[in-house]
Design a protein around this ligand. Structure first.
Ligand code: MIG
Length: 684
């Protein structure tokens, strides 16, 4: 059951798709501590865990830290980081006596103190003194997640090819770089489905332009790549460059489609292109206009995009820069004490993503009113991606388009996926990737993943191997790295054959991964779950954060430490261990419930099958999703009595998901009798 309570003057975010009546009672789980500022509190029992907050640092259980939901371009995902790119204000409090969910639909700053000031208390502060609060009660975490997801609507479905391996790097500067990457993979028979094009493909970083010198014929290149099974995925940044003669800029000014300053003139900020205006994506007309611009690229055969810098990130604003210079000039000639010296550094650093800038521009809403950006800050990425998602549906009728965004808010999950932002090539960030998967899933962003190998800093071959070994299970499987860091293409490493083999496992498991993804989407369930959600009464399982459940049949236990060839794995029940080196080659062993010391060498993947579960796989994985055979299947299985699996499949492109013919039912009994009904051929 969901109860809705409104406080202050909430802003209509369009996160929620269900109209619910306002409750006339006081909230049941939260105490209203004060209305100015708007602050709620809730006692936390000793054994209660708090799950959620989507994209955020630390563990699956968020207890013991303070988080600020206010979209931020934050490349430092440290333990003490309070904000990342997205704002996901949904949590579940779960303990032996009660379980309930809280969703705070509020796009201004929301602070979740989860046992930080006081270990046994959670306080939630809405800095703008408004919010719509939803309290969700249910039997289990899964039940609450499902209700939450039905409240916010069905998740985005990418095309099937988006489940293939994607190579990316900030630094591919021209078509010969792109060709070289495709060839690097092809020559070594390593699977590849996409190459991301970062900001250098654009002409002076202008959205919806292609640099004619570096990419003289993008349509031809896209066609050439597609013939090899590779899709090109260009980046789109939030800011539109101010440049006379640039159509997007001129049209935007003329039609009043940019965010404005106090006086009503287009607001000026500086990002990669230099000075820019931001499209006013909160305005439906401007949103339609911006979304239609993607046509420039879809007409060239592009069918995938990633939206970046849409918190929106601001390096500096004109006013901020003037003020900074002024303050520094005032210091000139003065006796520069250490205090002033450090302040000088702060003045420069604080120019980026400054609260003052966010408080100094406005959105024009459809009813003619204006709202200060600060009030609705976390909605920008959502609406930029919504602009793209809505219009791509008309630009590419009948076909799905790959779309993922850096910043997001609930509601955006209907239009695209997300990546987990600028992580680093650190072992701790591999562990963070693992922990963030279920939290982000909870929010409805099923299509998600982190930059495999790490974005910032130099990676190492062993880190990349372990990261890929985990990444073969994440829906978005993308290797991405920052300019200036060590090359991260898998074929450039001495152990490239191992990388090739690990990736082949991904393609082998695609029928299961795709089927589970779509089934979770249709049922509003989570693909990745903490053990705590499925083994609710197992006290030991409730504290495990370095293992994950994937779909109905699998449990993962990745290695996330350097120089380790083994790890402890906890099995809440008897399971079958699968040790795989490449598609089609594995050893298996049945292990009893309890703790196990499991060898996991650098060139292998270990995962577990739960009792009476079947995991279909293809007998013929290809070098791309298109080349992969989804019809001739076999199954990994651990059947003690009887196992049944309903496999979902489709053409990977159509948006309509109905039709009984998409389901193949596979049944296996302990005596080895296999029965199948549906269109697939399945053999043992
Ligand atoms: O300020 O486009 O998160 O994936 O490679 C950096 C360059 C801008 C940040 C994105 C990253 C991308 C990078 N961008």
């Amino acid at each position: 059951m969901i109860c809705k309570y409104s406080f202050g003057t909430p802003f209509e975010t369009e996160a929620v798709v269900q109209a619910l009546p306002e409750s006339d009672q006081e909230p049941r789980f939260l105490t209203v501590r004060s209305r100015l500022p708007l602050c709620f509190s809730c006692r936390l029992g000793e054994e209660e865990a708090v799950y959620g907050l989507g994209e955020s640092v630390r563990g699956m259980n968020k207890r013991g830290w303070i988080y600020e939901n206010y979209a931020l371009d934050q490349p430092h995902h440290h333990e003490d980081t309070r904000s990342l790119y997205s704002c996901h204000s949904f949590v579940i409090v779960s303990g032996p006596e009660r379980v309930f969910g809280l969703f705070l639909d509020e796009p201004g700053r929301v602070i979740f103190d989860i046992g930080y000031a006081c270990r046994t208390e959670m306080t939630i502060t809405c800095v703008q003194n408004s919010c719509v609060l939803y309290e969700i009660t249910g039997e289990t975490e899964a039940d609450i997640v499902q209700q939450y997801r039905r409240l916010i609507g069905r998740s985005y479905l990418p095309p099937k090819w988006a489940f293939g391996f994607i190579q990316s790097r900030w630094g591919y500067k021209d078509e010969s770089d792109v060709r070289q990457v495709a060839q690097g993979y092809r020559d070594r028979q390593m699977a590849l489905d996409g190459i991301c094009m970062d900001i250098d493909y654009m002409e002076r970083y202008k959205d919806f332009t292609v640099d004619p010198a570096r990419f003289p014929d993008l349509a031809a290149l896209a066609g050439e790549m597609k013939a090899q099974g590779v899709h090109l995925i260009p980046i789109i940044d939030a800011g539109v460059k101010i440049e006379a003669g640039y159509d997007v800029y001129e049209e935007g000014c003329e039609k009043g489609y940019f965010c404005t300053d106090l006086e009503g003139k287009p607001f000026v900020a500086a990002v990669w292109p230099g000075l820019v205006h931001f499209p006013d994506v909160l305005n439906p007309e401007a949103r339609r206009w911006f979304g239609q611009k993607y046509k420039v690229l879809t007409e060239l055969g592009i069918d995938g995009f990633w939206n970046d810098m849409n918190e929106p990130a601001i390096f500096y604003s004109k006013t901020g820069l003037d003020e900074a210079f002024k303050s520094i000039r005032e210091m000139e000639g003065e006796n520069l004490g250490l205090h002033e010296y450090f302040r000088m550094g702060d003045i420069i650093r604080n120019m980026s993503n400054s609260p003052q800038d966010y408080a100094s521009f406005y959105h024009s809403l459809s009813d003619g009113s204006r709202v200060c950006h600060d009030r609705v800050h976390s909605l920008f990425g959502y609406n930029m991606t919504r602009a793209a998602g809505e219009e791509l549906d008309t630009l590419r009728p009948g076909e799905r388009t790959l779309l993922f965004s850096r910043s997001s808010y609930p509601g955006m999950h209907r239009y695209g996926g997300i990546w987990q932002g600028d992580n680093k090539s650190w072992w701790s960030h591999l562990a963070l990737n693992v922990k963030m998967m279920p939290s982000v899933d909870m929010m409805g962003f099923l299509y998600q993943g982190a930059d495999l190998g790490g974005f910032g800093c130099d990676t190492t071959e062993d880190l990349l191997l372990r990261w890929i070994a985990f990444g073969i299970f994440t829906p978005l499987m993308r290797n991405h790295s920052a300019m200036g860091t060590r090359q991260q293409e898998l074929y450039s490493y001495p152990m490239w054959e191992t990388f090739r083999d690990l990736i082949s496992i991904r393609y082998m498991l695609l029928p299961y991964l795709y089927s589970e993804f779509v089934k979770c989407l249709l049922d509003d369930r989570m693909l990745f779950r903490p053990l705590a959600f499925d083994y609710r009464t197992d006290k030991r399982a409730r504290e495990i954060e370095d293992q994950l459940l994937l779909g109905e049949g699998l449990m993962l236990a990745p290695v996330t430490e350097q120089n380790r060839t083994w790890r402890y794995v906890y099995l809440p029940e008897e399971m079958k261990l699968i040790r795989m080196k490449k598609a089609g080659q594995w050893q298996e062993e049945i292990l009893p419930a309890g703790d196990h010391r499991v060898e996991i060498r650098l060139d292998e993947v270990v995962f577990f099958i739960r009792p009476d579960k079947l995991v279909p796989y293809t007998l013929r994985p290809g070098l791309s999703v298109a080349e992969t055979d989804f019809d001739q299947l076999s199954i990994l299985h651990f059947v003690k009595n009887e196992g049944e699996y309903k496999l979902y499949d489709d053409d990977g492109l159509t948006r309509d998901l109905s039709g009984e013919d998409r389901i193949t039912t596979i049944r296996l009994t302990a005596d080895g009798t296999l029965t199948t009904s549906g269109s697939k051929t399945v053999r043992l």
